[in-house]
Write a new protein. Structure first.
Length: 343
């Protein structure tokens, strides 16, 4: 059985048309890779796994006289099905990556998640303010002078006073994403300034995402109550628990919606990636910051509206899954991921 035959079996599997035995072989293989998943996929492990799948499927084809009967669709989550397909496709692709082959772009056989020096957080105190900048791949938890806490996501910059004075507690999220848990002090409102938005809270917890490369800013409230203002808008928006505001930085349009689970908003604190109708820039920002890589989109497909959730997947699996869903390919050169048009 050659690689093309394996591809066809995999295609039948994702369509629910392969036999029970073929499905069992593929699912056992997927579970095995799952147990060995890591940031770096080793060539030896890939080759062993591919050879095992080929032999088991070959034995099944040679001995089975059972006709192929369409199966009832499996009740797997969509991302898990596409993840299995992406893993198999990725393994097949990587099995060729280590063999000389002509290519328009020189292939670099470096796994997707490279080993980098530990990411560091830069902290500077000047003019009575603390300025904290997190590198790609790094997060930081900060305790403010009033007892409030801030979880700062990767690729973010926060500025706050060494000690609070005056009527308000003013914090400046100058770049990126942060989760705030505010200590109660009704006499001194807690205000987060982020790219023109001012989010005011008394005692509450909320998340703000305001990366400069993204067109929208989101404010999501977990507990308490906040009001959100913008210098160029007359309208004040009030958020209640499980509500979020999306602000378009170009049109100044505001949209309010609900979310159902806390992890949908602050899953990033626990290593979870959640995309809901995400643009390409939002997907790229999240992956670049989380894995300290650079993404370059040469596919001609920039108009994204992507939804998906990843909890334990490696970068390899995430890229494979996204590319399959968006019907594009990728190439790797050093620590840069090039998204390319599918041939």
């Amino acid at each position: 059985m050659d690689i093309e035959q394996i591809r066809k079996v995999l295609e039948r599997y994702t369509q629910g048309k392969c036999t029970d035995e073929e499905a069992r072989i593929i699912e056992q293989w997927f579970a095995s890779v799952n147990r060995h998943r890591s940031a770096m996929i080793q060539e030896e492990f890939l080759q062993e796994q591919l050879e095992e799948v080929k032999m088991r499927l070959q034995d099944h084809v040679a001995t089975s006289e059972t006709p192929v009967v369409p199966l009832r669709p499996r009740r797997w989550r969509t991302w898990a099905i596409s993840g299995a397909a992406a893993l198999m496709t990725g393994a097949i692709a990587l099995s060729f990556l280590y063999k000389p082959a002509p290519s328009a772009r020189p292939e670099n056989p470096v796994p997707l998640a490279m080993h980098h020096a530990p990411a560091k957080t830069n902290r500077v105190v000047r003019n009575g303010y603390v300025e904290i900048t997190t590198a790609r791949g790094a997060t930081e938890k900060i305790v403010l002078a009033d007892g409030s806490t801030v979880n700062l996501n990767a690729g973010s910059r926060l500025r706050y006073p060494v000690s609070f004075s005056g009527a308000n507690r003013d914090i400046y999220l100058e770049e990126g994403e942060a989760f705030f848990k505010v200590a109660e002090d009704p006499r001194h409102p807690f205000i987060v300034h982020s790219r023109g938005l001012a989010t005011t809270a008394l005692g509450t917890s909320f998340n703000i995402r305001a990366y400069s490369r993204e067109q929208r800013i989101t404010v999501a409230l977990l507990t308490g109550k906040v009001k959100v203002d913008h210098a160029e808008r007359q309208e004040t928006v009030i958020l209640l628990p499980s509500e979020q505001l999306s602000f378009d930085c170009q049109s100044l349009a505001v949209a309010k919606s609900n979310f159902h689970q806390e992890d949908d908003i602050v899953g990033w604190k626990h290593g979870i990636l959640n995309f809901r109708d995400a643009s390409y820039n939002e997907v790229a920002t999240e992956l670049e910051n989380r894995y300290n890589v650079t993404m370059v989109n040469e596919s001609g497909n920039m108009d994204w509206n992507y939804s998906g959730s990843f909890r334990d997947e490696s970068l390899q699996e995430i890229i494979e899954t996204i590319c399959q869903i968006k019907n594009i390919s990728y190439e790797l050169k050093n620590d840069t991921i090039f998204l390319t048009r599918k041939n």
